[in-house]
Design a protein. Structure first.
Length: 482
């Protein structure tokens, strides 16, 4: 095998200045320990997901002399000091595999903010500098899927509550209520894959094929998400012309095998399409359709437009009242809102439905950039910080405590995560028995020795949690519904 793939070369998967830091530790430094946490944000908790994908893609392949040669050109080109001999020694000492141990909470676990999720330590005293060197790669690999997974999980809690209060549908149907439309707004195929995968932990709906590829490839997912149905887009409807909009809709309704057909209502006049075409001209065909007819809103106010569309369709097609006293469209008709949503707007739709006495079942949602792209590392303030070093055989805790930001205060010591009284808390590693540490060893010296199935991630994400994990979203719902 010849050549070096620089985009898979761990030596350049870092900030350039990391290459100059290998000698900047006190003499006698043998080991370093660092950890990852969400340091805060708009939510009370964050989901841990994505580590296994990174490990399989990047850390289970040894570096080679060719990789060293290629990396040296890049690093020195940035005027950084390249630790060539250290990397060559690593190839000699460890066959090119990084002498690191990584322990982490099981993926799919939702952990309150400001608690350790992952911890890294070197396994060979010659390579304490590696613990800090992998900061960039590990942070980038994790903050993104963890943040997308958290937003998706928060949405799941919102719809759980809305269904519980206003619907007769069983709880497991909650996995149908948020569809991932974010692929076209993602900044790369890999981002779409990792973010789309994180969303699928919480919901079974997605058009982002890269998300399922990642879930299948890295976590052995065995169930494809519900994706592309027979949905009109504007190019289809506008090709018929304004005078034949009805014909575009009727063409789809003639497809009795589709299962789900989506009628796009906003190509021209949304109100006319809903009331006069779908609700009047095509009323009998809609009500007799053997599958689901989804009336899609794609412009207008992202909260009010879909709710008012529900009410208009009820006036035209009829409605029923469920056991909780909330009105429901005919069972084969639903409204879809997939434009302009973020988590707050998503929650706002179901709050507005509830305020008007309408069941949550009436609207299914899709989210694009608000799910996969409108996030940064600062959304949940992810940080990877050194917390302990071993110098000449003695461990000591280290931490940063900047006077300008209490949020950036880090933890000191070798850490553990304990689950007690229904919640998690970070403690010193030596303060609890090893078997009480929720974090478990995942990776050591190039080998992954604990892997997770995607079904396990999903099951963990659905475990009961304290309300403060999601009460910021719940308060949005209750305030808007009152």
């Amino acid at each position: 095998m010849g050549g070096s793939n620089l985009f898979r070369n761990i030596m350049v998967n870092a900030d350039a200045n990391k290459n100059s830091m290998y000698y900047m530790y006190p003499e006698g430094t043998e080991y370093a320990s660092a950890y990852l946490e969400s340091r805060g944000g708009p939510y009370g908790a964050a989901m841990f997901v994505g580590l296994q994908a990174f490990l399989k893609e990047y850390l289970t392949h040894p570096i080679t002399i060719e990789d060293v040669e290629a990396a040296e050109k890049i690093v020195t080109g940035h005027n950084a000091r390249f630790p060539r001999q250290a990397w060559l020694d690593l190839i000699e000492d460890h066959g090119g595999y990084l002498p690191l141990e990584i322990e982490a909470v099981p993926e799919g676990t939702v952990v309150p903010i400001r608690n350790v999720m992952m911890q890294v330590v070197n396994t060979d005293p010659k390579y304490a500098w590696l613990v800090s060197f992998v900061e960039c790669a590990l942070q980038r690999a994790l903050w993104y899927p963890c943040t997308v997974g958290t937003i998706s999980w928060q949405a799941r809690q919102a719809i759980n509550g809305a269904l519980e209060r206003t619907s007769d549908s069983p709880a497991e149907t909650a996995r149908l209520y948020l569809h991932d439309y974010g692929a076209r707004g993602s900044n790369s195929m890999e981002s779409a894959g990792l973010g789309g995968m994180a969303h699928l932990v919480n919901f079974d709906q997605s058009d982002t094929m890269a998300g399922f590829i990642a879930a299948q490839y890295y976590y052995n997912a065995d169930k494809s998400p519900a994706g592309a149905s027979m949905f009109l887009e504007h190019s289809n409807t506008s090709s018929f012309g304004p005078e034949h909009e009805t014909d575009a809709f009727r063409m789809l309704l003639k497809d009795k095998e589709a299962g789900v057909v989506g009628l796009l209502a906003d190509t021209y006049d949304h109100h006319n399409a809903v009331r006069n075409i779908i609700g009047t001209e095509l009323k009998d065909e809609v009500l007799s359709y053997p599958g689901l007819v989804a009336v899609r809103c794609d412009s207008g106010d992202p909260i009010i437009t879909p709710v008012e569309t529900v009410e208009t369709l009820m006036e035209c097609l009829g409605s029923s009242t469920n056991s909780k006293g909330f009105k429901l469209l005919p069972p084969n008709v639903r409204v879809v809102q997939g434009d302009g949503l973020d988590l707050q707007a998503f929650a706002g739709i179901y709050a507005e439905l509830e305020r008007r006495g309408l069941a949550a079942d009436n609207i299914l949602c899709g989210m694009g950039a608000g799910l996969l792209q409108a996030v940064t590392r600062d959304t949940l303030n992810f940080g990877y910080k050194a917390s302990a070093v071993c110098i000449s055989g003695e461990w000591k805790g280290i931490a940063k405590k900047p006077t300008g930001s209490s949020m950036k205060h880090s933890k000191a010591g070798r850490l553990a995560l304990q689950y007690i009284d229904g919640d998690y808390r970070t403690v010193l590693r030596e303060s609890i028995p090893a078997e009480d540490n929720v974090m478990i060893p995942i990776f050591r010296n190039g080998e992954i020795f604990k892997t997770w199935e995607f079904s396990e991630l999903k099951a963990r994400s659905e475990r009961p949690t304290p309300e403060y994990y999601y009460n910021s979203v719940a308060s949005t719902l209750s305030a808007a519904a009152s």
